[in-house]
Design a protein around this ligand. Structure first.
Ligand SMILES: [Zn+2]
Length: 299
């Protein structure tokens, strides 16, 4: 499922990477085998790779073409980035820009880049290495990033910021993927309710990071919630209390996950996460006091 429509809006999926990311008990904080087991068959092989024993995951960007604006939502891990504490994304050399071209777009065609949050696998293609320097990949674009993530992740700011796993896996990220955008005068730090275009609004949905944003797109006949890492895997639709180990504020992340699933279930909006395999999207249905996913492609 590489393209679909939301009413008048066209959406393209631009894939960067796919593979076994981590065993489920390493990815999910609060993992219990008794919670996973009933769904293991449903998740195999699209969302779980039985050979490696790892969650099968994707890095993918979403290109939203409103007819007036071309918006790129999340920019993956990027090529040539030094990530010693995250070997799976260390010095990648993918053909992401070739896949963008195959979808019909050059980097210069992108009007707006939105980073759902400032994490290593959502800001990578913000920049590329040219003549030994990190340069904006999308040189005509405004880059919209969540203000609440700026001071948290900027290593020049003291007093707050991540510790432990978040600090380790994101080491170097701000310097090679965010600061060059700021230096080029292309970064705009935005807050809840920012309107990217008519019918395209950014909502603050904190927890995974302090600034994580969901982009709500209303195409008239259909709508979607581009939700970044509010959910990493369909298991978290069954179990919204299961955070990833990368969620910075555990309680807030759970609360946000439930509220976004509530919104998707009540509105019928398509849920468009950053890392889902299979059809890469989901509808969310209520099931008793909880939820269950419908993992079919829209059309
Ligand atoms: Zn992510």
């Amino acid at each position: 499922m590489d393209r679909f429509r939301l009413g008048t809006v066209r959406v393209h999926r631009i894939e960067e990477w796919r593979g076994g990311f981590a065993p489920p008990d390493h990815l999910f904080a609060g993992y219990e085998a008794a919670g996973w087991s009933p769904h293991a068959e449903e998740f195999t092989p699209d969302y779980f790779d039985p050979d490696s024993g790892r969650v099968y995951a994707f890095l993918q960007s979403w290109l939203i073409d409103t007819g007036h604006l071309r918006i790129l939502f999340d920019t993956g891990a990027g090529n040539d980035k030094h990530r010693p504490d995250l070997p799976v994304f260390d010095h990648l050399a993918t053909d992401f820009l070739g896949r963008l071209a195959a979808a019909g777009f050059a980097p210069e065609d992108i009007d707006v880049v939105v980073c759902s949050h400032v994490h290593v696998d959502h800001v990578g293609w913000n920049t590329r290495l040219i003549d030994g320097a990190w340069q904006p990949t999308f040189r005509n674009a405004r880059y919209l990033l969540p203000l609440a993530d700026r001071d948290y992740w900027d290593p020049l700011v003291t007093g707050i910021g991540p510790g432990g796993l978040g600090a380790a896996v994101n080491a170097g990220m701000f310097e090679d993927s965010v600061r060059p955008i700021m230096a080029a005068g292309r970064a705009e730090w935005v807050t809840d309710g920012f309107e990217v275009a008519p019918g395209v609004v950014l909502r603050a949905r904190p927890g995974h990071t302090p600034g994580q944003m969901v982009m709500a797109v209303d195409g008239g006949d259909d709508r979607a919630l581009f939700c970044g890492d509010v959910v990493h895997h369909p298991m978290q639709i069954y179990r919204p209390d299961w955070n990833s180990v990368f969620c910075e504020d555990a309680g807030q992340a759970r609360e946000t996950r439930r509220s976004v699933l509530d919104e998707a279930a009540d509105s019928g909006a398509l849920l468009v996460p950053a890392h889902f395999g299979g059809s890469h999207v989901a509808r969310v249905l209520r099931d008793g006091t909880g939820f269950r996913p419908v993992l079919r492609a829209p059309r």
